[in-house]
Ligand binder design. Structure first.
Ligand code: SF4
Length: 380
């Protein structure tokens, strides 16, 4: 029997040389003994997984390049053996922190088949970068891009954050223009979220005036849409912009509600209609794997309207939007009839637009995307 291919494999590498005060990811300060023990556990988890072809592989974190290049090359060899490629266009991405890149890393990555780099820049204004707790300089980013290009890595992406404390329209334009001038192929832009339990939450509760209000945040987002589209990037998802041929295949699979396997602490999977998330406790993850057991996971099976609502929320994030007949075929429910009154209300409010069988966010809808897309998840 030929196994159905996975849309993606996500591998979480959770250690960081330093911890940023806004971050809510599953991450820990880099300690050599923990990092080695974790990598061994990950190798065991990979070896125990069902052998199955996978369209894309994504090494995320944390800071994956907190590990040396030899460890990354070895990890990829194990992943490629367990999850063979479906076609030659397979995308293999690694997230990197620019100040942790060492000479020779990019050549090693390229030889190991990595063809996409996601660079955590956040801001090109160094004062904003410092406020975020980041330690890299713009020169580190430039060197990272130069090394990656020289090594032949095909697709380069930068992450930028807007609505930062003290950020102005001018400084945001400066960051966008710097990314464009670097010649990267892809840009992800996220509005800063104040996450519970982070140092930024405490800072926000003491001095909310230091953070952008909703109005400024919306203006900054509009600036990103305009600036990047003028520079030849297509906005293919609410937060993601790509030059032709550089859309992230791995992320597109999430928005298509495709299958993926998550490996490592806190990693999420979506397999055979079941969503599951591995424990976010590092000790619990490593202890279970060392006992020869799978990592403890929280599981949830979405059925009927819950599954359709989730798929609507994901698809509406994309420029393509919802193709109602394809949805009807896949989920056995007609979304245009099921959500007729909600859709009519959103069209009336100017946040959704419909052409034949397609439903999309308008430009105004993109500004209110969380509310509009989120509405479909709560309908029962
Ligand atoms: S480098 Fe990334 S994952 Fe690590 S603490 Fe900073 S934001 Fe979080």
């Amino acid at each position: 029997m030929i196994e159905e291919a996975l849309g993606g494999v996500y591998v979480h590498l959770p250690f960081c040389p330093y911890i940023c005060p806004y971050c809510d990811f599953a991450k820990w300060p880099l300690r050599r003994s923990d990092a080695l023990r974790y990598l061994t556990a990950l190798h065991r988890e990979i070896a125990a997984a069902d052998r199955r072809p996978a369209e894309n592989i994504f090494l995320g974190g944390g800071t994956p390049n907190a590990y040396d290049a030899a460890s990354i090359v070895d990890l990829l060899a194990r992943l490629r053996e367990r999850f063979p490629a479906v076609d030659s266009a397979r995308e293999i991405t690694i997230e990197v922190n620019p100040d942790a890149v060492r000479p020779g890393d990019m050549d090693a990555y390229a030889r190991a088949g990595i063809n996409r780099l996601s660079i955590g820049v956040q801001s090109f204004r160094e004062s904003e970068s410092r406020a975020l707790g980041r330690r890299h300089s713009n020169a580190d980013v430039e060197r990272c891009v130069r090394d990656a290009r020289a090594a032949g890595i095909r697709s380069l992406s930068v992450d930028l954050i807007f609505a930062l404390p003290g950020q102005s329209e001018a400084s945001w334009i400066e960051s966008l223009d710097a990314a464009i001038a670097l010649g990267v192929d892809h840009c992800s832009t996220y509005g800063l979220t104040i996450e519970a339990g982070t140092p930024f939450e405490r800072l926000y509760s003491r001095a909310p005036e230091r953070f952008a209000d909703e109005e400024l945040e919306a203006r900054l987002y509009e600036i990103a849409m305009d600036r990047l589209s003028e520079a030849g990037f297509a906005q293919y998802e609410i937060s993601n912009f790509a030059r032709p041929g550089h859309m992230s295949r791995h992320n597109a699979n999430y928005w298509r509600n495709g299958s993926y396997l998550g490996l490592g602490v806190g990693a999420a999977s979506y397999l055979d209609g079941e969503r599951s998330t591995a424990t976010r406790s590092l000790a619990e993850y490593m202890d279970a794997i060392e006992r020869g057991e799978p990592a403890p996971r929280e599981r949830e099976r979405l059925l009927g309207l819950a599954r359709l609502g989730e798929a609507m929320m994901l698809a509406l994030r994309t420029a393509q939007g919802v193709d109602a007949s394809a949805f009807n075929q896949r989920y056995g429910i007609d979304p245009l009839a099921t959500y007729a009154s909600t859709i009519a209300g959103f069209i009336e409010a100017g946040v959704l637009e419909r052409s034949d069988e397609h439903l999309r966010l308008t430009r105004r809808g993109r500004l209110l995307a969380n509310t509009v897309c989120g509405a479909f998840v709560t309908i029962e």
